[in-house]
Design a protein around this ligand. Structure first.
Ligand SMILES: [Zn+2]
Ligand SMILES: [Zn+2]
Length: 131
């Protein structure tokens, strides 16, 4: 009985070794693929919260609702009165210039939080320059 167990164990061991060799080759190939997939996934998640095209409801660059973005939307900008345009940044509305009025950032971030339940991305083109 003991011998039989030993034999089975040996056989199992042999299979394990043989299988191990195969596995190593398969794992190396599979690992590469897995990494590529993970990379692609990471990029997808970074672009937009839910399957958007990158410029959806929110303007990532200016930290406001895209439809209301005076920098990106010409029609919004045209509606501005001269005194509503930021004197220092004539390409945007005063009430969307976070550079001159940093408190506006929080005001607009609240809209994003209300919709997505998390912090908006940094407004890359609407921030006070770091000194
Ligand atoms: Zn914009
Ligand atoms: Zn400004």
């Amino acid at each position: 009985m003991k011998k039989l167990v030993m034999g089975v164990a040996l056989l199992a061991g042999l299979f394990a070794v043989a299988g191990c060799g195969d596995k190593t080759a398969a794992t190396t190939g599979g690992d590469k693929k897995g990494k590529e997939v993970a990379k692609a996934d990471g990029q997808g998640a970074k672009a937009e919260p839910k399957g958007g095209d990158g410029h959806g409801w929110w303007c990532d660059d200016h930290g406001v609702v895209e439809e209301e973005c005076s920098v990106c939307q010409a029609k919004v900008f045209k509606k501005l009165k001269p005194d509503e345009i930021c004197p220092k940044h004539p390409d945007r509305a005063k009430d969307q210039c976070f550079v001159c009025f940093p408190e506006l950032r929080e005001k607009n971030a609240a809209k994003y939080r209300a919709k997505y339940g998390k912090e908006p991305p940094e407004a890359s083109d609407n921030m006070a320059e770091k000194k």
